[in-house]
Design a protein around this ligand. Structure first.
Ligand SMILES: Nc1ncnc2c1ncn2[C@@H]1O[C@H](COP(=O)(O)OP(=O)(O)OP(=O)(O)O)[C@@H](O)[C@H]1O
Ligand SMILES: [Mg+2]
Length: 258
C-alpha cells in the first residue's frame, strides 16, 4: 500500500541547504540549494553515487556539522541557529547516530560503551541494562564479545555495537550511514530487522546505503545527485519478498542512472 505522504508531518524540513568545502583556493559546492522534507515515522533512505554528498547531508541534518547556508527545521525549530552547546543538547535528546566510522571508548567494554550513553537520560539503570542486552541479542553480538573492548573486535562487530549504542535511548530520529557496510548477509539481515522493528515502533530512520536489499526496507528513497534531490521513490510498507516492490526499486534506480 502506498503511503500518503501528504498526511504525514515533517520532522525535518530543509530549505535552500548549501554546503561547500574549500580545498586550497578551490571551493567545491557539495550540497546546492537543496529543499527536502523528512516525514515523522518514515524510514527514509538516501542513495546516490560515491562522493554525491550523502554523508555530508546526514551530518548537516543531524546537527553534527554546520551548513554553509540555508535552514534546517527540526520539529519546527531552526537548528542552524543553535549555539554549539544547544546543538549538543539537541542531538543528545533527539538523535541516534551510526556513522561510517564508529568511535568507541577503548578503555571500557563494549557493554559499558553502550551503558555510558544509556545512563545519560536518567532512566532506571536496570531498564537500560535490559534494553542493551536485548539489542545486543537482536544484532547477534554474543555475551562474550560484549565484554571485550574496541581494540579486540572486528569492523562488523564494531558496527553492531554502534547500532546498539545509537538505539539505546530510543531517539526520535536515527541517522545511519551505511550501517550494514561491513556485514555479511546474515548479520546484515539481523541489523535490518532491528531497524525495521524500531521503525514499526514509530521512530524515524534516515539511512544511507549503496545496497539494494537495504533500500527495499524503506518507505521512501531519495536520490542525491549534483548537490540536489534528483528523484524520489515511494515504496510504502515493507513486506518480505515483495516482487512488485523490487521491480519498482530497480526501475527507479535505473531511471536515476545508478
Ligand atoms: N571536510 C571536507 N573537506 C573537503 N571536501 C570534503 C570534506 N568532506 C567531504 N568532502 C567532499 O565532499 C564530497 C561528498 O562527500 P561525502 O562524504 O558526503 O560523499 P558520500 O556521498 O557520502 O560518498 P560515499 O558513498 O563514498 O560515502 C566528496 O567529494 C568529498 O571529497
Ligand atoms: Mg558517505
Amino acid at each position: 500500500m502506498q503511503h500518503k505522504q501528504k498526511e504525514k508531518k515533517a520532522i525535518i524540513t530543509v530549505k535552500g541547504l548549501q554546503k561547500s568545502f574549500s580545498t586550497g583556493e578551490v571551493e567545491q559546492v557539495i550540497i546546492n540549494n537543496l529543499d527536502l522534507d523528512i516525514y515523522e515515522g518514515d524510514f527514509t533512505i538516501i542513495m546516490g553515487s560515491s562522493g554525491a554528498g550523502k554523508s555530508t547531508l546526514m551530518y548537516a541534518l543531524s546537527g553534527m556539522d554546520r551548513p554553509s547556508g540555508g535552514r534546517i527545521l527540526f520539529d519546527g525549530k531552526d537548528i542552524t541557529e543553535y549555539k554549539d552547546d544547544e546543538l549538543a543538547v539537541f542531538r543528545r535528546k533527539n538523535c541516534g547516530f551510526v556513522f561510517q566510522q564508529i568511535y568507541l571508548l577503548e578503555k571500557m567494554s563494549l557493554m559499558d560503551n553502550v551503558l555510558t550513553t544509556g545512563f545519560l537520560t536518567g532512566e532506571k539503570k536496570n531498564n537500560v541494562i535490559k534494553r542493551a542486552e536485548d539489542l545486543f541479542d537482536k544484532v547477534n553480538l554474543p555475551k562474550i564479545t560484549r565484554k571485550k573492548n574496541s581494540s579486540q573486535i572486528s569492523g562488523g562487530e564494531a558496527q553492531r555495537v554502534g547500532i546498539v549504542r545509537a538505539l539505546i535511548n530510543r531517539p526520535k530520529v536515527v541517522f545511519a550511514d551505511e550501517p550494514t557496510g561491513a556485514l555479511n548477509s546474515n548479520n546484515s539481515d539481523a541489523v535490518l530487522d532491528v531497524f525495521s522493528k524500531v521503525h514499526e515502533e514509530g521512530q524515524s530512520i534516515i539511512m544511507v546505503t549503496h545496497d539494494k536489499k537495504t533500500a527495499l526496507r524503506a518507505d521512501r528513497i531519495i536520490y542525491l545527485k549534483d548537490g540536489k534531490i534528483f528523484g524520489e521513490c515511494l515504496l510504502g510498507n515493507y513486506q518480505k519478498e515483495d516482487v512488485e516492490r523490487t521491480r519498482k526499486l530497480n526501475q527507479f534506480l535505473e531511471e536515476m542512472g545508478w
